[in-house]
Design a protein around this ligand. Structure first.
Ligand code: ADP
Length: 256
């Protein structure tokens, strides 16, 4: 992989030439740069809610908060602290996957997991006037139950969060030709082509304010991708802005 850098040579305010530099970016440098970027992102993402917490606590301490405003301030501290907990949990999950720690596996039915995830998300869906349903066949996979549950939960959660009022989310499970799969289709806002491959990157969000308002950390899809790869599976995304998104995950089927 090469990194290109172009510099203009200027003389008296005029461009008289250009120099093109090509650097060979080795795998190692690339990983190193990713790590630095990740640390910078984490620090920033943690600092913002912390500043909110410290600010609110200082105002309360100073006695400047009226009693009737107290619940609002305490609520704010609670929300910001919860944000940090979610973020730290996501970071721990990612680092476990990065380390490739061996986790105990068992035969898991993707249909049962999908039904469980959908049941746990019905309230969230109803709040946004989104209809959420699941159907299909039993689909056995050898894997880490908790991770596979999180994968399906995350995909459904996104499909609800980035939907429109009166939209729908359909989860279709199947197992054929030695492949077990889950397809999550939504009628939501969709993802423009230039963002489609990038949404799996850590902290990448198409619309930061929408993501934050729905409690997103920007780590969900990168955890999903890692967890799918951990199970030797595959993930495919197709999407059309204004129409919706379909994400399909496939795994080698386990013997029934
Ligand atoms: P977040 O915590 O922001 O939801 P994710 O990693 O889960 O982070 O997703 C990254 C970004 O991809 C989101 O911020 C959103 O912009 C976009 N995205 C994910 N799922 C969908 C979807 N079903 N429809 C539209 N956009 C989506």
């Amino acid at each position: 992989e090469y990194q290109l850098d172009m510099s203009r040579i200027q003389s008296g305010g005029e461009t008289v030439g250009t120099v093109l530099l090509a650097f060979d970016v080795t795998e190692q440098e690339y990983a190193e740069r990713n790590r630095r970027e990740f640390t910078a992102n984490v620090s920033h993402e943690l600092k913002t809610p912390l500043q909110g917490i410290v600010g609110s606590a200082e105002l309360i301490q100073s006695g400047m908060v009226k009693p009737e405003d107290m619940p609002r301030f305490v609520g704010h501290i609670h929300d910001e602290a919860s944000r940090m907990v979610t973020l730290v949990e996501d970071i721990i999950r990612l680092s476990q996957l990065d380390e490739g720690d061996a986790m105990p596996t068992e035969t898991v039915d993707l249909l049962a997991l999908s039904q469980e995830a959908v049941a746990n998300l019905q309230d969230a869906a109803a709040k946004r006037r989104v209809s959420l349903s699941v159907d299909g066949d039993h689909a056995p996979v050898t894997g880490v139950r908790r991770l596979l549950y999180e994968v399906i939960f995350n995909l459904c959660d996104n499909a609800i969060k980035y939907n429109v009022p009166d939209g729908t989310v359909k989860v279709q499970v199947s197992s054929e030709n030695g492949i077990s799969s889950v397809t999550v289709s939504d009628t939501g806002i969709g993802i423009a082509p230039e963002h489609q491959s990038r949404v799996f990157e850590r902290f990448y969000r198409v619309d930061k304010s929408h993501s934050k308002a729905s409690g997103g950390t920007g780590l969900g899809l990168s955890i999903v991708k890692h967890a799918v790869q951990y199970h030797h599976g595959d993930i495919r995304l197709t999407s059309k802005p204004g129409e919706g998104t379909v994400i399909r995950i496939t795994f080698p089927a386990a013997a029934r």
